[in-house]
Design a protein around this ligand. Structure first.
Ligand code: NDP
Length: 393
């Protein structure tokens, strides 16, 4: 019987715990560990079909993680803590010889910068330890990478352009809140935009490029070009690609609030002196904003995330749209989390399931699009994230 260790008991951790419990035949014994053990206990109490063990861990500390992995004899670690913990958890997995999965790029706490460099650099150590690391098994990155691999496998001889289109049309009723960790979210959105064309990265001002896209089951929405981490691996793995961009929807109220907060320095990540104490503005802002987990019961509306790929099949031009629509209220009803956490947690569970079943298994550190997309696409339909394909033009 297997043992699955989940680290992180936030919005995504809750979904992963629920979904692993629904697939307990594969995941075996499930341990949920996080900095605050009481948060794990609340989640464990919601799950009734199997017993979820709980533990506290500081995942910035490699030795603590090593001890935890050894105590429970984990076969796989699902990292749904924060991107800051990616490297320490990866290093603990190398030391213990245990498979690893995450949903987000490592980010240095003091530098607002996402990149795969330091995770990819552990490829050799993972291979030597005889273990696998699966990077970015959330929705985007994650499912969007799998959609690209699926388009490549079944619809194209060559893909020339990809647009990743991420729409959250959810309404939580607050004038301003973020759907996942505010620090991560605001850093991502206030950074310069970037896309890739003809072999190089092109930088834009934040929110400089805007288009209106008509999202099926949602309607037309303002969508802004951002940098997003899955592009870094997709440009390596999708052969013949000429351009890739990422767009995300933002409402006017969100953008106005963000601009004001930025203008007064509230998005700063450098410590400032306040009444003899050092505080980091962004961390203080996080304290003020609604906890993303509390948005679950009050969010209504849908998400629609997908990819539009254009290229050539049998000498003819072709354009397809693969997308997935989720409903915030339906997600909350099922696992007590809104759709942003749901659409991240379900793919994390699926990635781990395919690894434990050895359907997706390759030693070393890998990205999603390196594997056969078909079993993942089948699981999406079975586990609560059904998708659709449209031929465009
Ligand atoms: P939350 O902030 O809701 O939860 C994070 C959890 O990690 C909390 O339980 C927190 O504990 C715990 N944690 C933080 N630091 C430590 C530490 N040092 N040691 C142990 N536990 C720690 O975040 P989400 O659940 O929304 O997101 C989880 C991950 O998913 C993030 O990495 C995020 O970037 C990623 N994500 C990926 C997406 C995708 O599509 N690929 C989309 C959305 C999110 P405590 O409560 O005690 O602080």
């Amino acid at each position: 019987k297997k043992t699955t260790l989940i680290i992180g008991a936030g919005g995504v951790g809750r979904v992963v715990a629920h979904k692993c419990a629904m697939n307990a035949d594969v995941f075996g014994e499930i341990v949920l560990a996080s900095r605050t053990k009481s948060k794990c206990e609340v989640i464990a109490d919601e799950i009734t079909n199997v017993v979820i063990k709980t533990a506290s861990v500081d995942a910035d500390n490699v030795q603590e993680i090593v001890e935890l992995i050894k105590e429970y004899k984990a076969d796989i670690v699902i990292n749904v803590a924060l991107p800051y913990q990616d490297l320490s958890i990866m290093d603990a997995c190398i030391e213990c010889g245990v498979d690893y999965l995450d949903t987000a790029n490592y980010e240095h706490p003091d530098e607002a910068k996402f990149e795969y460099k330091e995770q990819w650099a552990r490829d050799e150590a993972f291979a030597e330890a005889g273990i696998m690391g699966l990077l970015g098994s959330g929705f985007d990155p994650g499912v969007t990478n799998v959609f690209c691999a699926y388009a490549q496998k079944h619809y194209f001889d060559e893909i020339h352009t990809i647009d990743i289109l991420d729409c959250n049309a959810g309404d939580h009723g607050y004038p301003f809140a973020t759907n996942f960790n505010p620090e991560i979210n605001l850093r991502e959105v206030s950074a310069n935009g970037r896309y890739w064309e003809s072999g190089k990265w092109i930088e834009t001002e934040p929110m400089e490029i805007k288009m209106v896209w008509d999202y099926p089951e949602v309607g037309p929405k303002d969508s802004y070009l951002l940098y997003h981490e899955e592009m870094e691996s997709l440009v390596k793995h999708i052969k013949g690609l000429k351009r890739i961009r990422f767009f995300m929807t933002f409402g006017e109220s969100y953008l106005t609030h963000m601009k004001c907060l930025e203008n007064v320095g509230m998005l700063g990540i450098e410590p400032v002196e306040h009444k003899g104490q050092k505080i980091i503005p962004m961390e203080f802002l996080k304290t003020l904003l609604p906890d993303p987990a509390s948005l679950g019961p009050r969010t209504k509306g849908k998400t629609n995330i997908g990819i539009v790929a254009e290229g050539i099949k049998d000498g003819k031009k072709r354009k397809i749209y693969i997308y997935q629509v989720s409903d915030h209220e339906a997600c909350y009803k099922e696992v007590k989390s809104q759709a942003v956490s749901y659409t991240t947690g379900v793919p994390a569970m699926i990635g781990a399931k395919l690894m434990l079943e050895k359907i997706w298994y390759k030693e070393g550190v890998h990205n999603m699009e390196e594997f056969d997309p078909d079993p993942f696409m089948d699981e999406l339909n079975k586990q609560g994230l059904p998708w659709k394909i449209k031929e465009l033009e």
